[in-house]
Design a protein around this ligand. Structure first.
Ligand code: KIV
Length: 286
């Protein structure tokens, strides 16, 4: 019998923050890892467009399409029994118009099974966020380093490092709160700027490379368990080294097969002696 698990809602997140508790969000890209994240008690599973790099091998998140996002979201939605499933809208899904934003947010919820959506951008994208919220889908905002716009930002760079950029980030955050977003991701910004934003917003701030003062923290599972070998951003803490673990298992598998240690009797299937003798007789006749 499957145990009944109560699904968290955006109101549970706000209540946590109001009680002074931290919010946990982890980016996962497939069914088994999402199951691990859900069962660990993480509040939100983000099916982030970073899957372009961690799961699909692209150099950035730029090429990721709605169809690719939905393909992965579907798998994760089967695992997110307790956690809120946040479906990222990729580059091009909402940039041209509010109508696109609503259409693609609807797809993410109806086809992908997400509970809510996330989109990158500040003031310029507040009308799109507002349209999605009005259509009935909760939106998580994402400001600071917004990897979809890395060409405009000049690469994966810390944002908001000078006073005027810090002021703009605060304006962006307030615009997204005003648009009705229920939470906001702050990526790669100075800790004190994140603190000022967190103090001025009612909605939860979820940091990734934004210091300890945010209401919650986000890490990408592939980064935190060492399953992404291209680079490790400064803001990542590695809690495990799955790359070494899996490499060791693959090397040992080859050694075992080569040296006759695998498979053993416990990994093999047997045939009754009389059937085997009958088989040999049939072969001898043919
Ligand atoms: O795609 C992602 O994983 C994200 C997080 C870095 C917030 O957007």
């Amino acid at each position: 019998m499957t145990e009944t698990v109560k699904k968290l809602t955006i109101f549970d997140l706000q209540a946590k923050v109001d009680r002074g508790e931290k919010v946990f969000q982890v980016t996962a890209v497939d069914f088994p890892t999402a199951q691990l994240v859900d069962r660990a008690g993480i509040d939100c599973i983000l099916i982030g467009d970073s899957l372009g790099m961690t799961a699909l091998g692209y150099a950035s998140t730029v090429p990721v399409t709605m169809d690719e996002m939905i393909h992965h979201a579907k798998a994760i939605s089967r695992a997110a029994r307790r956690a809120i499933l946040v479906g990222d809208l990729p580059l091009g899904a909402y940039h041209a118009s509010s109508a696109d934003a609503v259409d693609n947010a609807m797809r993410m919820v109806k086809e992908g099974g997400a509970d809510v959506v996330k989109l990158e951008g500040g003031e310029d994208f507040a009308p799109m966020a507002e349209a999605v919220v009005r259509a009935g889908i909760p939106v998580m905002a994402h400001i600071g380093l917004t990897p979809q716009l890395m060409s405009k930002l000049g690469g994966f760079k810390v944002q908001g490092k000078d006073a005027s950029a810090g002021v703009q980030l605060l304006k962006d955050a307030l615009a997204m709160e005003q648009a009705g977003c229920f939470a906001i991701v702050l990526e790669a910004i100075p800790d004190r700027v994140a603190q000022l934003i967190t103090q001025r917003l009612r909605i939860p701030t979820i940091g990734i490379g934004a210091g300890p003062h945010c209401d919650g923290q986000n890490l990408v599972l592939h980064d935190m368990v060492g399953l992404f070998d291209r680079f490790t951003p400064k803001f990542v803490k590695k809690y495990g080294d799955c790359w070494s673990l899996i490499s060791k298992a693959l090397a040992e598998f080859q050694d075992d097969v080569r040296d006759g240690r695998f498979p053993q009797a416990e990994h093999s299937f047997t045939m009754k002696e009389d059937e085997y003798q009958a088989l040999l007789q049939q072969l001898a006749r043919d």
